[in-house]
Every structure is written in C-alpha cells, then in structure tokens.
Ligand binder design. Structure first.
Ligand SMILES: [Fe+2]
Length: 629
C-alpha cells in the first residue's frame, strides 16, 4: 500500500512516499526547481516520488498534507476574539472566525532552519529591519484565507500538477495537524519503541511547540505552547534585527553566536520567559506578529517574511543593523545572548518532558531542531540519554511525518523503518552520468569501485577541492556525503579557499567535519552518533590544531558521524583518507554555490564549471580541471 505525504504552501515544500511502511522517496521541491526553500505546491517532488516507485497516482491509497486548518479552531477563535476586542479600531474584522483563520495562517511560518548553514536566501525579507509597510490586515486576512483554501483544495493542485483528472485521485485524503506530522517524523522512523517527543518550531496550525509520548504505533500529545508564543519567532525576529532577512538565515546567527558574550541574557530572559509545567511565554511588546500581523508569501518561490520584531527591540538594543553593515561586538553579543536563551528555554521544556514521562530516549523535530548547537548540549543538560533528530526536522520532514502518521497513527500498521541516514532522493546510473559528461564535452576517466575512493582521498590529502556526487540525494538541509564538496580539514586555509573559490559565505560561518563513527570519542568530547549533522560537540582541545578548518572559534564542530552501515562509500572515502594521513576526518560542505544543493549530474557539472572546484567525482567518473593542477 502506498501513502503520499505532502508539505505545501509553506517553506520547504516537499513530498514523500512510503510503501507498506518503508520509505520509497522523500525530496524537497527546491532541488528540482532550484528556488531555495521554495513554497507553493511540490509538483516535481510528487512526480519524482511516483516515478521512483514506478506507479501512477491511481495506485496511491492515502494522501495527506501536514496542515489542518480546522485544528485548534476554538483556540484560534478565542485568540482572535480577544485581539479583536483589544484592537477593534484597527481590526474591523467581520467575524472572529475569519480572523482566526488569518491567525492560523500567520502561524504557518516555520522559521526554524537554525543551523541550516546553507548560503544566502534568494530574495525579499525586510532588509534592514526597518520596513515601513502598514499592517494591511484585511489584505493579510484575504491572503491567508486563500492559503487555507489551498490546503483544503489540495486535490485540485495535485490533479493539475500531474495532468490527470481529479476523478483519478482515488486515494483517501487526510489533513494531518502540523505538529503531529513533525512528531511522527521523529518517532515512527526512530530506533525507539517508546520515546519522549518534542516538536519545537516557529508556528504551524496555531501551535509553536508540542510534546508527546510515542509508543509503538501511537503518539499521545501531552502539552503544547500556543500562538503567539514561540522560540522560533524569537530566533527569527532577532535574526532579522541583526540584519539577516532571508528565510533560513537563522543558522548564520547560530554560527555568529560563539564570537560574542551573552551580555544581553537578562534582556532575552525578559523577551522569552519560562513558566511552570514546561511552558514559556513571549514578552509581546517586542513583537509585531500577534498584533499588527506580518506579511508573508507562500506562493511558488522563496518565502518572504516581513519584520517580526517591534520598536521595543530598537529601544532595548539600539537601531537594527543594516543588511551588509559591519558586524560589531553588539551583534555578536546579541547572537550569543539569543543562543544561550534558546538553550535555556529548550532545556526547560525538555527537563519537564523528562519529568512528565520518565523516559530517557528523545525524538526531536521542528524548525528549531535545526539548532544543532542546542541539540549537542541536550545530553549535558537534561536526563535524556539518546536523541533521534529527524534529518529533515523542518517543514520538509512533515511530508514524511504525514506518511507515518497515516501508516502508524491512523491505520495502526506495524512499524518497520528506521531512518538512520537521509538518502531518500534521486540517484543516477553510471550510464546516465556518462551520457551527461559526454554531452558536456568534458574529458573524464572511469575508475573501479576500489580505486575511486582511494584516488579521491589522495586528491583531498593533496589539498584539492573535490566535488563528491554519489548515490541518492539527501533529504533535509545537510549534504551527508552524497552531494558534498570534500576537502582536507588539516589545512587552516581551506575555509578561505572554499569561500573564495566556491561558497562565498560570510567568513564567520564554520565548516563541518565528517568523522568515522568509531573514532568520534578520539576527536570530540561527546560521542553520541550524529549521522545527519544535527549535533555540535566540542572538539577535544588537543585535537583542535589537527583539524583547524572544521573547528569553530569556540572549539566546536557540527559533526557528521559516518558508519559503513549508513553510507558505505563515504565511509570508505574517509577511511582511505585516514590511511593516507592518520586523520579520520574530512571537511564536508554542501555541493552548491549559493543555490539549492545539486540534485542531478547536470547540476553538479554546471557547479563544477562555474566555480573553481579542482576535481569532480560523479559516481566512478572523474573530471579534473587541468589548468588548476
Ligand atoms: Fe513546522
């Protein structure tokens, strides 16, 4: 039986397909249409999922979307009524229910993406954070009603995307509440039979944070934090204030934080306040989203989010940094304070969740779960002993969560899939790659399986910038050794070389290490596996000089632990590098140049040609840039 899950009309539109409980495919639309974090309907992703299974849409039994406009409706109505009463002069909204839908849609923002670490977004945002547009609440209500309408009319877009009559969609349709989809994505594919679960997010279906217990094939929700209170909103608002306006820029602020001191921690403790029973609340004086509304776009294209922070931020911290302006000690210290406060609040929720459940296994999801710095400290600050973070913790992962919420939660089928890696996207045969290389007119060599990793390891050890394109593309924001650029972590100048030749990232942002899993404890202060690069640990002090290109300014590294079981070829590459150098670590950055990560051999060749990468491995085929050698 096939189940199709969709995240649509939201950032990181995506689709996932499972068959009898096993993952067939999961992929983000941005990889196909090349628009970062694109929202809208994931038409190409749906098409790819069906193609990967070799089926037609008629063969799919259940189709779900990770939104439910009717969820939490009474809370939305209550909130809207209270706002309408307070602001009746500005909000002449006809009915509380209409406003409630608008608020639900305003809450649709899944900012998170913390730790995303990819390049710039592509457009929009509020620039300096001094947007002067009025709230335009009527326009926003209209826009959001339209958005909720699309969620309800999923069949139309799906039939349109597939060029098939609506009558051919025989599947049963489901609206899965947003956080249930997140929770499902972190539990049903985890190795845990029973676990505490936390979805920590911007907003979705009027909720920012939800925690639960997962047991076998059910998830029991324990509590939640409702609109307008959200850790994700605080992170995004502060990210905007610091002058990074694009969707997904929060990871930059996470990377900036280690340069600062948390001297504004008391201000952030006032901005977001912890309460009993794991709850927290915002000091709403600092925010606009709950009162004036914030402009957002969720059409096909990169999401654009208006200014969330209020003038209270300016009163407290001074003028917002202009985009592109100098990053001073103030911005460093604001970032450090924000990061520390996020961790305090995160551990506050998690410690309560442990108290409530008595469990020591944790499944983690939601956009804030991309904050790998926070994740890496969970074992140090809570009683949890094992953590599974859904590789696509943000909204794209809800497409997969939808599949499993239907398979396990609704249909009560048995569990069976454990998702240790994230290799669920397209792969290309050797012949397909060969054809692409030939049509590009590039000179290439084809190596045996045994030789290819050895040769690449030698190139890396020689200081070359190596494009490494293998097997199935990753799901989620991290390149995990199949769509990666790999270089020597021992060379301190590699960061500058990568930025100069390819990545063009802000110089303060760190690059990440991939390490042989069994050697983790030799190089890091913690050794809990991090196979999808969603944990930051401290590099052992005595090892920092050995791998300077992947050691951040505070001695940390956002590592990927690599096992043969999860990615045999990448494991072999690092093993071969270790044979040559005695260092079981490589620097791994995503295969892209300020664009979505490459998906096809064509994308990889284009990226190779337009950057100054030295050598490109496409499967067993190798292309060298002769002039650079
Ligand atoms: Fe979300």
């Amino acid at each position: 039986m096939y189940i199709l899950g969709i995240n649509a009309y939201h950032g990181d539109a995506a689709a996932a397909l499972i068959k009898d409980g096993r993952i067939v495919a999961a992929v983000e639309e941005e990889r196909f249409n090349r628009v970062k974090h694109c929202a809208g309907f994931p038409a190409e992703s749906v098409g790819y999922c069906l193609q990967a299974a070799g089926i037609e849409i008629e063969d799919v039994s259940h189709i779900g979307i990770s939104r439910d406009p009717s969820a939490h409706l009474h809370k939305k109505i209550l909130f809207a009524a209270s706002r309408a009463a307070k602001q009746s002069r500005q909000w002449a909204v006809g009915s509380a229910q209409t406003a409630a839908v608008a608020i639900e849609e305003a809450g649709a923002r899944e900012e998170g993406e913390r730790g995303r670490g990819k390049g710039e977004g592509t457009n929009g945002g509020n620039g300096s954070g001094v947007e002067k547009r009025g709230p335009g609440i009527f326009r926003q209500v209209k826009d959001r009603l339209n958005n909720a309408g699309k969620v309800r009319d999923l069949k139309d877009d799906l039939a349109g995307a597939l060029g098939t009559p609506k009558s051919s969609l025989r599947a049963q349709f489901h609206n899965i509440e947003h956080h249930r989809a997140h929770l499902a994505s972190s539990f049903y594919v985890s190795p845990f039979e029973r676990a505490a679960l936390l979805s920590i997010d911007g907003f979705g279906d009027f909720i920012s944070t939800m925690w639960a217990v997962g047991e076998e094939n059910s998830i029991k929700v324990l509590d939640q934090v409702e609109y307008p209170h959200s850790t994700g909103i605080v992170y995004t608002a502060t990210t905007q204030f610091i002058g990074f306006p694009h969707y997904g820029d929060e990871g930059k602020v996470m990377g900036l934080a280690p340069y600062g001191r948390p001297r504004y921690i008391e201000e952030f403790r006032d901005i977001i306040r912890t309460e009993e029973r794991g709850q927290f609340r915002l000091n709403l004086d600092y925010f606009r989203h709950h009162a004036e509304g914030v402009d957002m776009t969720w059409d096909q294209g990169s999401p654009v989010i208006g200014r969330i922070f209020s003038d209270e931020f300016v009163q407290t911290f001074g003028p917002a940094r202009l985009r592109g302006g100098a990053l001073t000690e103030r911005e460093h210290d604001i970032a450090a304070s924000l990061q520390l406060r996020l961790e305090e609040v995160g551990f506050h929720v998690l410690n309560h969740l442990h108290q409530q459940t008595g469990l020591t296994d944790l499944g983690l999801s939601g956009g804030v779960a991309y904050n790998s710095v926070m994740n890496g400290k969970i074992l140090l600050n809570t009683p949890f002993r094992r953590v599974y973070v859904q590789p696509a913790a943000g909204d794209s992962g809800t497409a997969l969560g939808v599949c499993y919420e239907i398979h396990n939660g609704i249909l009560k089928r048995e569990r069976g899939e454990v998702m240790l890696g994230a290799y669920t996207g397209p792969e290309f045969s050797s012949d397909e790659i060969r054809e692409e290389l030939k049509s590009s007119g590039l000179v290439f060599e084809t190596l045996s399986d045994e030789v290819v990793t050895k040769r690449a390891a030698q190139d890396i050890a020689d200081g070359l910038v190596v494009g490494w394109f293998q097997g199935c593309m990753e799901f989620g924001p991290r390149a995990l050794g199949n769509r990666s650029i790999v270089v020597d972590p021992r060379r301190a100048n590699m960061k500058d070389i990568l930025n100069d030749r390819i990545k063009k990232r802000e110089p303060f942002r760190p690059f990440a290490p991939s390490i042989l899993e069994e050697r983790t404890a030799d190089y890091f202060e913690q050794s809990h596996p991090a196979p999808t690069m969603l944990m930051v640990y401290q590099v052992r002090e005595e090892r920092r000089a050995e791998i300077p290109a992947v050691t951040h300014v505070d001695g940390s590294g956002r590592l990927q632990t690599v096992s043969r079981e999860v990615n045999a070829r990448y494991y072999q590459l690092i093993s071969d590098f270790n044979e040559l150098t005695g260092v079981p670590v490589v620097l791994n950055t995503s295969f892209n140049e300020n664009e979505p990560i490459v998906c096809t051999p064509r994308h990889a060749i284009d990226c190779f040609l337009k950057t100054r990468m030295d050598v490109l491995y496409l499967g067993n085929h190798v292309v060298r840039r002769k002039s650079e050698k």
